[in-house]
Design a protein around this ligand. Structure first.
Ligand SMILES: [Zn+2]
Length: 145
């Protein structure tokens, strides 16, 4: 199922953790609507770079989110966040370009040696830019450093 021109529900709900645990990562109807909005905003990110986007993780239902150590109120668990790479670019350059682009978002996190995380919660667009040098679950710090 397509969520937008370049993004599918499959890539937004793919979870190797869910597969390994043999649990479904299907979204609720409300979360599906959030994922459509997320895909629309990721089209804007794609257009900013004019390059393909590789989604490494987006939606995590509560079971999967707990299993990967995500915080319970994670934007990923609401269908508002995506972790991604831009084809042929390093993640820090991508995060800097988004920060400087004027694109509206809630949170942008450079997760060092991992991915760029971005979230778009229509009720909360903080333009909060952070970095996470220490890996999943470790502290985040303001700015890209
Ligand atoms: Zn993330």
């Amino acid at each position: 199922m397509k969520l937008s021109e370049h993004f599918s529900l499959e890539e937004f709900t793919h979870s190797s953790k869910a597969i390994s645990m043999n649990v479904s990562n299907a979204p609720t109807p409300a979360h599906l609507e959030n994922l459509k909005h997320l895909a629309d905003r990721m089209e804007a990110v794609r257009a900013l770079f004019g390059r393909a986007i590789e989604i490494t993780s987006a939606y995590r239902n509560p079971t999967v989110n707990a299993a990967v150590g995500g915080v319970p109120n994670s934007a990923h668990a609401q269908g508002h966040a995506a972790d991604f790479h831009v084809d042929g670019m390093n993640d820090l350059d991508v995060a800097r370009a988004i920060r400087d682009s004027g694109l509206k978002f809630d949170q942008l996190i450079y997760e060092k040696n991992r991915c760029v995380h971005i979230s778009f919660d229509p009720d909360r667009m903080r333009q909060d830019v952070r970095r996470q040098p220490g890996g999943p679950g470790s502290p985040t710090y303001p700015g890209l450093g």
